[in-house]
Design a protein around this ligand. Structure first.
Ligand SMILES: Cc1ncc(C[n+]2csc(CCOP(=O)(O)OP(=O)(O)O)c2C)c(N)n1
Length: 663
């Protein structure tokens, strides 16, 4: 058989599996895998450094299927290459409960899946983060340990999403030469021909962002291979726009949106088999084709063996440090001492500080202790306080720095952080204003689904922003972030809680948001506690004098000081009150029942104080609890005027408490 004949049969194996699996599931997307089968065959059998015997080998090339709806492409390839868990039975169970072949690829669920994709554009931005992590680790550990590429398959939809622009611009700016993106340029999306909605020249668009970009026939394996070879030698990130036919091989539905997202139907599948010259029954891969794929799967074994030998030859210290970082384990004693040192300093000389400033103090101790930390900000570095003195930025020519100027690109920043965490070896944190968490939300949600440790420092966390007014004052954002499962939302009340929340965020295997103030706050925690009081998400900061409280005051962040003041006023009025600080709802709601019960206390009245909407608080204060906070948008004025204007004051809390207790 000619080389081309062999290639065609290997690619047709992907097409057949995609058609058959979608047919069996009675749902799914055959069009992309059928159209991109040629480029996937070339990439996976000739170029990608990947060993099916160990899909998580640290120095493998990453492949990101940004267009997650084409999941059968990657499932078919993993099966054909010989990833043991990806049996033909799993392919037959495409989209069924508990299968390794869910509708969209899920990282952590299926080995060989580098990131969870489906929401278009995210995978591409994840890949930019992976490519940054690769360069940074290569500069830290050397090319003998870290030297791999990141490949992406992006669809028209990926490139229409706004996040793609942010990601492309950042990658071009940083000259991420080991990033290679294939555009599955089939000119079709769900509504029909792309020209209904889009007329961007993608090659010129990428070139404008400092990428190298070419257009090739996506069904010509040699043209694809030649383009990859050129891209691999390039000093810039590369786009290879592959002209493809969606649903390639399907005689009537191919080339149209009808092959995008629905089973082709028995007749069309039969006709496609004929057209492709694939005479084999459903889910059957003939031995000659399977053996070609399996031997391609062995291609990178020598590279992996050689890499492992290099790891074995390392000094024990370097090896242990590299492996620790790749496993995502923290240097526990260094972390504990860093936290303790900050707490001791604060106990010795208490500070009245904005918590964003307290976070910088925390970072002053954490950055030297945790070499895996890579900070950043979306053009608000000075406001977010995420860059400590002496921290060098990562730049195109030098990836050894530990700070990323992401530019005004919150969405790609959050998604790139997921990619960095997924890559492993680095622990990303970033900064923006809390109100712009909306611009990060889709990526935060995916980070939560994947359980990735990424830390979003979000400052200017309430009407405490003041003069910038309602556009910059988060109101519903805490509630909206708390609503995402598996995200830890921290809102520390002072400098001590800030370092404690940092510690918990670093230890979490989940995304965290640390919401911090612009305005100064008193240090409420004066005594030195060796344990982390924020660990259960809430704790009694001040008890009621003489035991039994009439009122429990619950507050977060800047409003804890208001609760403390209200408690004093209430006590003067003969009303016994206690204060509970609630730095993290999620941890509190996960704490054991008896812990929660003792924190909630027995007082007949519960009042929550938070300069945000009430939503979510009923889980703590009950629907009969009282809430002092916001119910609409803020306003532009000095912040103290705003607290008075919106009635978030100690006097207001006293008024509410006494009125309620009088009934
Ligand atoms: C953010 C986002 N919006 C919408 C969708 C729903 N969706 C899935 S695929 C797709 C577009 C399909 O066009 P294309 O990306 O070109 O894929 P192809 O048709 O080539 O498979 C859309 C709108 C999505 N998955 N993610």
């Amino acid at each position: 058989m000619t080389a081309r004949g062999q290639h065609d049969r290997m690619a047709n194996a992907i097409r057949a599996l995609a058609m058959d699996a979608v047919e069996a599931a009675k749902s799914g997307h055959p069009g992309l895998p059928m159209g991109a089968a040629d480029l996937a065959t070339v990439l996976f059998t000739r170029f990608l450094k990947f060993d099916p015997a160990d899909p998580a080998w640290p120095d493998r090339d990453r492949f990101v299927l940004s267009a997650g709806h084409g999941s059968m492409l990657i499932y078919a390839v993993l099966h054909l290459l010989g990833v043991e868990a990806m049996t033909i039975e799993e392919i037959k169970r495409f989209r069924q409960l508990g299968s390794l072949t869910p509708g969209h690829p899920e990282h952590g669920h299926t080995s060989g899946i580098e990131t969870t994709t489906g929401p278009l554009g995210q995978g591409l931005a994840n890949a930019v983060g992976m490519a940054i992590a690769e360069r940074h680790l290569a500069s830290a550990f050397g090319p003998e340990l870290v030297d791999h590429r990141t490949f992406v398959l992006a669809s028209d939809g990926d490139l229409m999403e706004g996040i793609s622009q942010e990601a492309i611009a950042l990658a071009g700016h940083l000259e991420l030469a080991k990033l290679i993106v294939f555009h599955d340029d089939n000119g079709i999306s769900i509504d029909g021909p792309l020209k209904l909605a889009d007329s961007v020249d993608q090659v010129r668009r990428f070139e404008a962002a400092s990428w190298a970009a070419v257009r090739v026939d996506g069904h010509d394996p040699e043209a694809i291979a030649a383009a990859i070879e050129v891209a691999m030698r390039s000093d810039r990130p590369n786009l290879i726009a592959c002209r493809t036919v969606i649903g390639f091989g399907a005689p009537t539905k191919g080339g149209t949106e009808k092959s995008h997202g629905a089973p082709l139907g028995a007749d069309e599948v039969a006709a496609a088999r004929q057209k492709l010259g694939w005479a084999h029954p459903p889910f059957e891969i003939p031995a000659d084709v399977l053996s070609l794929w399996r031997s391609a799967g062995m291609r990178s074994r020598p590279a992996r063996d050689a890499w492992q030998a290099r790891v074995r030859a390392l000094s024990p210290e370097v090896r242990a440090e590299f492996e620790r970082r790749m496993r995502g384990e923290l240097p526990e004693s260094a972390l504990a001492s860093a936290v303790q040192a900050v707490k001791q300093k604060l106990a010795a000389s208490p500070q009245e500080l904005a918590t964003r400033k307290a976070s910088e103090i925390a970072l002053d101790a954490l950055i030297p202790a945790l070499p895996e930390l890579i900070g950043g900000s979306a053009d608000l570095t000075g406001s977010n306080n995420t860059r400590i003195a002496g921290m060098r930025p990562i730049s195109a020519g030098d990836f050894s720095g530990r700070f990323i100027h992401y530019g005004v690109r919150e969405h790609a920043m959050a998604a790139a952080m997921n990619g960095m965490a997924l890559h492993g070896g680095v622990l990303p944190y970033s900064g923006t204003f809390l109100v712009f968490s909306d611009y990060c939300r889709p990526a935060i949600r995916l980070g939560a689904i994947m359980g990735q440790r990424v830390i979003h420092v979000m400052t200017h966390d309430s009407i405490g922003v003041g003069e910038d007014g309602p556009t910059h004052e988060p109101i519903e954002h805490l509630a909206a972030l708390r609503a995402i499962p598996n995200v830890l939302v921290f809102r520390p009340c002072d400098a001590v809680e800030t370092i404690e929340c940092w510690q918990l965020a670093l230890e979490a295997r989940a995304p965290s948001v640390i919401a911090l103030t612009r305005q100064n706050l008193p240090q409420l925690r004066r005594d030195l506690w060796n344990d982390n009081r924020c660990r259960d998400g809430a704790y009694e900061l001040l008890s009621a004098p003489n035991g039994g409280a009439h009122v429990s005051l619950f507050a977060t962040g800047s409003e804890v000081a208001i609760a403390v003041e209200a408690r004093d006023l209430l006590i003067k009025r003969g009303c016994s009150a206690r204060v509970v600080s609630v730095p993290c709802f999620e941890l509190f709601l996960k704490a054991p029942q008896h812990v929660r019960q003792s924190i909630l206390g027995e007082a007949p009245l519960r009042i929550a104080i938070e300069a945000a909407v009430r939503q979510g608080w009923d889980a703590i204060i009950g629907s009969d609890g009282e809430f002092v906070g916001m119910s609409g948008f803020g306003s532009s004025a000095p912040y103290k005027d705003l607290y008075r204007r919106f009635g978030i004051t100690a006097e207001k809390v006293v008024e509410v408490a006494l009125a309620k207790l009088a009934h």
